[in-house]
Design a protein around this ligand. Structure first.
Ligand SMILES: [Fe+2]
Length: 263
């Protein structure tokens, strides 16, 4: 089984990149199942239901979130009905939605869990490893895939080692910078520190350079604005898992250019 996992969708550019490029990318990498991180899809922070539906319509089977899971508070009204959406499992005081989703199907069932990291993140969270252990106990027959949404690169790999033998795939999201370290750890776990992003290629982590520089360099109190140059990328990885042994056979980075025309 081949699983395509794409990094954070940043704004309209990311959504257009999926709509224009995901179908051909799926064929190119022969993906059987597609997971996309959508936590920055709606104007750079959070997810509106219409944008969740656009990600699914573009070809995703599952959408994960991250620290901006509540960036659009009206998610409260639809998250319980969103059968393909995974929010962070280890957050406090948020009972809506699912932190792990179980997908039945041949050749094996898949459980997708979204976990928030601890270092350099603003949210107070429950212990990531313990939360994953609970997901593993909940779905012992599944192949476990984790989107570890975190700033710290070393923390992501620590988590991978701690969950090796139970998780089959651990990939990082959140930095929007695609890492070049795809690897299989001890024949048991496919790992990549960060998938990168789906969105504007020349942007600063997907955001408009001018607006970002006005904020960072000159301290202007303005919201980040997703980039819109018309030159997009779809970044992430594709993992092949042995149908019988359920072990990862390979993991390769994905970096597909998509030309879109300016928004
Ligand atoms: Fe994030």
């Amino acid at each position: 089984m081949r699983i395509l996992f794409l990094g954070d969708v940043v704004g309209e550019a990311g959504l257009l990149a999926l709509e224009k490029g995901l179908s051909s990318l799926k064929k190119q990498v022969r993906a059987d199942f597609v997971i996309v991180n959508g936590e920055n899809a709606s104007y750079g922070s959070g997810l509106f239901e219409k944008d969740y539906q656009r990600i699914l319509a573009s070809g995703a089977d599952c959408v994960t979130l991250g620290n901006h899971y509540h960036g659009k508070p009206d998610i409260d009204y639809w998250i319980d009905e969103a059968s393909c959406l995974v929010r962070p499992r280890n957050i406090f005081d948020y009972e809506r939605g699912q932190g792990t989703l179980y997908f039945e199907g041949a050749p094996f069932p898949i459980a997708v869990t979204n976990i928030l990291g601890t270092a350099f993140m603003k949210d107070d969270v429950l212990d990531p490893v313990q939360c994953f252990e609970e997901a593993y106990q909940e779905y012992p027959d599944a192949v476990h895939i984790v989107d570890y949404h975190a700033e710290s690169t070393s923390e992501k790999k620590c988590f991978a080692y701690l969950c090796k033998g139970k998780a089959t795939v651990v990939v990082g999201t959140h930095t929007h910078v695609k890492s070049d370290d795809c690897q299989i750890i001890d024949h048991e776990l496919a790992f990549m520190t960060d998938l990168g992003l789906c969105g504007d290629a020349p942007g600063i982590i997907g955001f408009d350079p001018k607006v970002t520089l006005d904020k960072v360099r000159f301290g202007k109190r303005i919201p980040f604005l997703p980039g819109n140059s018309g030159h997009y990328v779809l970044q992430g990885c594709v993992v092949e898992i042995d149908d019988d042994q359920r072990r990862p056979l390979s993991i390769e980075g994905v970096n597909k250019k998509v030309e879109g025309g300016q928004i």
